[in-house]
Design a protein around this ligand. Sequence first.
Ligand code: ACO
Length: 396
Amino acid sequence: MPMVVDANRVASDVAPVFRPGLEGVPATQSAICDIDGLQGLLTYRGYPLEELAASSTFLETAHLLIWGELPTTEHLRAFEHNVQMHRRVSFRIRDMMKCFPADGHPMDALQSSAASLGLFYSRRALDDPAYIEAAVVRLIAKIPTMVAAYQLIRLGQDPIQPRDDLSYSANFLYMLTEREPDPLAARIFDQCLILHAEHSLNASTFSARVTASTLTDPYAVVASAVGTLAGPLHGGANEDVLAMLEQIGSEDRAEAWLDRAIAEKQKIMGFGHREYKVKDPRAVILQGLAEQLFDRFGHDGMYDVARRVEEVASERLGPKGIYPNVDFYSGLVYRKLGIPRDLFTPIFAIARVAGWLAHWKEQLGANRIYRPTQIYTGAARRTWLPQDARNALPGV
Ligand code: ACO
């Protein structure tokens, strides 16, 4: 077991060590997910990701992450039913979203609309399991509806209502496109949600836990995590991967493009991970899902470019432990599903809300507010000067 240190002793006895990005610093204890970055293994509550992706559904996996166990048939049916009952969002939220700029980024729209849920469901009872369950259900149910609503609103259309006869993932694709999806497309989308549902203490989950530790409401927890996920070094990278592949354009240009980018010290999007020193296991599964989609719905030439990029970049960067991460193939899957590029990260959020809520619940179970320290590097103590004296200083 890892040692839990008495913070007062650390403050008095040990000189603080600064680790940029908190690399290698345990910031919590967690029983939710485990990563073996050298072997490329990922488990949720002890279950290998590969088994969950092959056999589970997103809602079953969300239940596992949040409550710690795979649900019985009865519990799963109840959870699915509750989620289905709460998928609609208030017309007031839809009207608010209609005032958002149509050219805004959907992640900004999602962050604002997720935060607004706190206004509508303001009772906060963090020690009441019924409150926790209701908040979990509401967030898992409404986040996809809000993502789909903004998509239609920005196209100048009215959001459409969820359909009760469709599964969680099929309904999301239906609300997005107004067409009932092919069952294979819906299943592959659901598998993508499983793959993105949780990944230990990444930046957005850390953000969620820090926010949770103040005992604020769960909507603020999710809104802060959405804002963190939006950045190009985190969830936003999947958009940039497609842009990069399109810029490269063809397999035969990949090697020269990568050599120039690496020489210019550019980051290759969709490559590298703080935890993995081998190919991200989620990238392995996503690549397989992409191939299933191409077999069924037609090939995508960008996949050939991606495979060549993987080959060359792994040769050049592999010795530093830099290989494809989850974002490298996810964009190709979503593109084949007909999803607009700037919705890739909101879809990541739809999935990751399960992990954020699992961490919210775990944080509440053993809470201590996050308040790390810093190493001050600013000016030594000095005396305030009146403006006349400042103006007379040499060099002003
Ligand atoms: N391309 C080229 N070089 C890279 C890459 C990359 N994608 N990633 C890391 N490196 C190099 C760095 O240049 C650095 O080299 P140096 O030691 O010679 O200076 C070394 O590897 C360490 O890189 P850091 O950025 O310090 O590694 P860190 O662990 O902080 O970063 C991160 C991890 C942010 C994911 C990084 O690999 C990256 O920026 N990748 C591209 C963006 C991306 O794909 N993000 C999605 C990550 S997955 C997710 O969040 C869902």
